[in-house]
Design a binder for this molecule. Sequence first.
Ligand code: ADP
Length: 275
Amino acid sequence: REAHVAAGGVSPHQPFTIIVTLRDLTEQRRSEKMRADFVANASHELRTPLASLLGFIETLQGPARNDPDARERFLTIMRAQANRMSRLIDDLLSLSRIELKAHVRPRALVDLSALAGGVTDALGPLAKERGVELRLAVDPEPVLVHGDRDELIRVAENLTENAIKYGQSGGKVDVSVRRGGGDAALLVVRDYGPGVAPEHLPRLTERFYRVDVAESRDKGGTGLGLALVKHIVQRHGGRLLIDSVPGQGASFTVALARAEDEPHDASELPLKQAG
Ligand code: ADP
């Protein structure tokens, strides 16, 4: 088809036209391949817990039919597998919803400091359960950005949850919000765990990419958390920076443009300021 296009029209602009066409096709094929890979990965991720569920159902209907102990044990595992499928489907839907909105810039006024406070409060119990001290350091003034509140909560939650889960051995996780240089608003989540080896860093935000698949599954991961974070940050016109010194921990920085400290959408502000 490409040769046909090349032979089609004779004009002084033809070589330029051909190059553009070829590049478009390459881009199109690349995105088709990415979509096909994604569907294959998602199906595989869903099929694994499903196969395990089917196996347990068979056992419960057969050999373990009259064994109450086995029944209890198997049902507990089955519940965990079903929960995993449910988390995976939730993340897949969130990812596709965010992709659909990728070109629309969210505009509500959000205070990152208050948001980070809410997220660390919500994740306090998980940190405690894992023996991690979760520390929050925020600018005393509101750090305002234009954005989608729920999506930004998701970003802070995913990064903090990862820091607690993967950086558990470091004993501490720091979440901070501050004004950066220029008009930047920075949300930084830092842990002191094993960190990430340099060869994995560039791929960490790919869908389903995990440094250690078994560890991620064990910790309830879906492999989509950082992909979601990246897409949300991009939709907000911001940047996600990942730094790590293996053995000393990892830090994830979300850099967004700070909003002017006026006109407010009152519904997005803390109550004391809205009133
Ligand atoms: P998952 O659901 O597996 O946690 P993510 O997309 O959130 O998926 O993260 C991808 C992978 O990045 C994780 O499986 C883990 O290997 C690695 N990772 C994420 N956060 C950290 C961290 N704070 N320290 C070390 N490794 C991390």
